[in-house]
Design a protein around this ligand. Structure first.
Ligand SMILES: [Zn+2]
Length: 190
């Protein structure tokens, strides 16, 4: 049985399709790399706060199509299907389909144009468990070991995106910085 798009799906996702901020949810190889990097940072006396690890694929699907239909960048009939999500995007008319999608955009608190012009991703590394959002803080200069065990000095910078010394240490562990998104690190830098 299918249920039309609307606030029902916001409640459904908040119950059945939650995101995680736990390391255990990451893909195994990336998780081991991240754990090693974080241990090195903590040994270097940095504090590491993890805000996001794996993004639920069903939630990402609902975000993506709700956003696209609500903004008019797709018609309800364009939406793909997803196993385990029996949603009916098409309400029979373009305007009521758009309203159903808009209820979801509002319920999920998604940013719409002009605040955001990009649809929530269906292919983020977070969905595959190969990305992590974390805030790394320390005071002054930290001495941290790279994967080979070489100790490196890294100066704190309020802009993590330009801290190439820190990026190098992360890369030695296979954890790469996306330099346009402050908390975001992944298996390939995207
Ligand atoms: Zn991220």
């Amino acid at each position: 049985m299918t249920t039309k798009s609307g606030v029902f799906w916001v409640n459904w996702a908040n119950e059945n399709a939650k995101n995680s901020n736990q390391l255990i949810e990451l893909e195994r190889e990336f998780r081991e790399n991240v754990e090693a990097f974080i241990s090195a940072l903590r040994e270097g006396k940095a504090s590491v706060r993890i805000t996001s690890t794996r993004r639920n694929a069903k939630r990402a699907y609902l975000f993506h199509w709700a956003w696209r239909i609500a903004t008019g960048s797709a018609n309800a009939s364009d939406a793909t299907a997803m196993d385990g999500v029996d949603i009916e995007w098409d309400h029979g008319s373009a305007s009521s389909s758009k309203n159903g999608a808009l209820e979801m955009v509002n319920g999920f608190g998604l940013a719409m144009p002009p605040n955001s012009n990009v649809a929530p991703s269906l292919t983020s590394n977070h969905i595959m468990g190969k990305a992590i959002d974390m805030t790394i803080l320390w005071t002054g200069e930290m001495t941290v070991n790279d994967k080979a065990g070489n100790s490196t000095k890294v100066q704190f910078s309020t802009n993590v995106n330009t801290n190439t010394q820190l990026h190098k240490v992360g890369a030695s562990y296979g954890v790469y910085k996306l330099t346009s998104d402050a908390p975001h690190w992944s298996h390939n830098g995207r």
